[in-house]
Ligand binder design. Structure first.
Ligand SMILES: [Ca+2]
Ligand SMILES: [Ca+2]
Ligand SMILES: [Ca+2]
Length: 115
């Protein structure tokens, strides 16, 4: 894949999704542990970023937006995550837990990665 790290204009998750679509891509979809580790390594020293992970359509049913890749193929949640039930429906890579996945409110503003 080809990635675009958008770190100068933090946005909500929906805005990030739309911005990636307008570039002809999508929010990053993690297909393998190798891909996740590769991105996490690049992110060291950076801020939190949005991924395509979300459970907006159905609480607890996490998907990768714009992909039929099975979310359950990967388990990269931080300890105790996802924690936010219906309040937190979008997935970020969270710097405070070494860029593991954390569910957070979709109207938070983050950097994001398109692919
Ligand atoms: Ca990918
Ligand atoms: Ca949720
Ligand atoms: Ca959380």
């Amino acid at each position: 894949s080809c990635y675009s790290f958008e770190t100068s204009n933090p946005t909500t998750w929906q805005e990030a999704k739309q911005a990636c679509l307008e570039k002809g891509g999508r929010l990053v979809v993690m297909e393998t542990d190798e891909e996740f580790d590769f991105i996490a390594e690049i992110l060291r020293g950076n801020e939190d970023v949005w991924t395509g992970a979300n459970d907006i359509a159905e609480e607890g049913n996490w998907i990768w937006e714009g992909s039929d890749h099975q979310f359950e193929d990967l388990n990269r949640w931080g300890r105790g995550e996802p924690s936010g039930r219906t309040i937190e429906n979008c997935g970020e890579m969270y710097k405070d837990i070494d860029f593991a996945l954390n569910d957070i409110r979709c109207n938070a503003v983050n950097d994001y990665i398109c692919e």
